[in-house]
Design a protein around this ligand. Sequence first.
Ligand code: GTP
Ligand code: MG
Ligand code: NA
Length: 407
Amino acid sequence: EDEANLEERPPVITIMGHVDHGKTSLLDRIRTSKVADKEAGGITQHVGAYQVEKNGKKITFVDTPGHEAFTEMRSRGAQATDIVIIVVAADDGVMPQTKEAISHTKAAGVPLIVAINKMDKESANPDNVKAQLSEIGVMAADWGGEYEFVPVSAHTGMGIDDLLETILLQAEVMELKANPNRKAKAVVVESSLEKGFGPVANVIIKNGTLHVGDNVIVGKTYGRIKAIKLDDGSNAKEIGPSTPAAIVGLNEVPGAGDELIVMDTDKEVRELAEKRAEYDRAKALSKSTKASLDDLSALIAEGQLKSLPVIIKADVQGSLEAIKGSLEKLRNEEVKVNIIHEGVGGVTESDLTLADASEHSVVLGFNVRPTGAVKKKAKELGIEIRTYTIIYDLLDDVKALLGGLMS
Ligand code: GTP
Ligand code: MG
Ligand code: NA
């Protein structure tokens, strides 16, 4: 990259930590919004990205879920960021996903800052947090270590300015730069199918400037940018480095974590997308042959086949992945979950056709609801559609179903 074209860019900060330690509340306090209050079950189940301004400097924040099911999202979050804020509740201390988040951060080689939250609580014990973290190699600067610890309270606002200043100081040291005058490169942090818009990708620009009208490819999906929506809901014609935005215009829902690149023509993006799809089909074909052989030998060894065929539909790609990951872990010697189909979007008639082809299959919808017509068809076919808004309710239900099959 030509030095002369490089300009300072805002830092991208990912917030991670154990479930309910106050990540979303902290961001709410920083943005003066109320996201946490509106979440189903009070837990974050997707990645959100927002930009704020402090002393005339912009900071981009990425919120991640703390629930144990979202390991993939946290891992991705650590990779697509400049700095990680590890949030630890002062009354609860270091917990499993605190450790997990620190591992992802260290693996990604990204600097981290610790925010000790809930300092307003009487049971707050920041020294305990410092002691616990020092045991796993994160020693506070005021204890002679190399990590900044900032005591905060999302509820009272205590320490928030300190936290923002610590972030800006760290960012300054890193001399983060990008070239706004080149074609954009971006990373997808979340994706979904939205009524009236079609596929929507939430991206953060890594380099260059993205414009409405650009021809883009994201994994195997492609299209011409129709609209760029900023986190405040307004539309933009173009966005530069480190800006988070939702983009509209792709032909399908891209995978979270995929990279977006801009190409000159519509023909180029189509051709590359087709090539990538072909490659994937070839790979899937070789894999599925192998899997069915494995299944067959297992079947022979057991003398019979027992499995629960499921179809999963979810509102966003990240949730789908988290559910898949958790379901795949729900295996035991007698019975397993067999995911016969998965996808982002509502439950459709074609999902029912698939479900109908296997015996005892169940359709699991996460944050999606079947239409009246689909419900009617399901009833006709005798297929059960179960819908959820909280991931552990879904998992509990599947466990119960497996229990039934085992008995
Ligand atoms: P997940 O995204 O589900 O992992 O949770 P989170 O880390 O985003 O936590 P969230 O913001 O949802 O807060 C969890 C609970 O802690 C809520 O009941 C908050 O009101 C409470 N909480 C968050 N910050 C503070 C704080 O500074 N002080 C006190 N007393 N409570 C807090
Ligand atoms: Mg949250
Ligand atoms: Na929560």
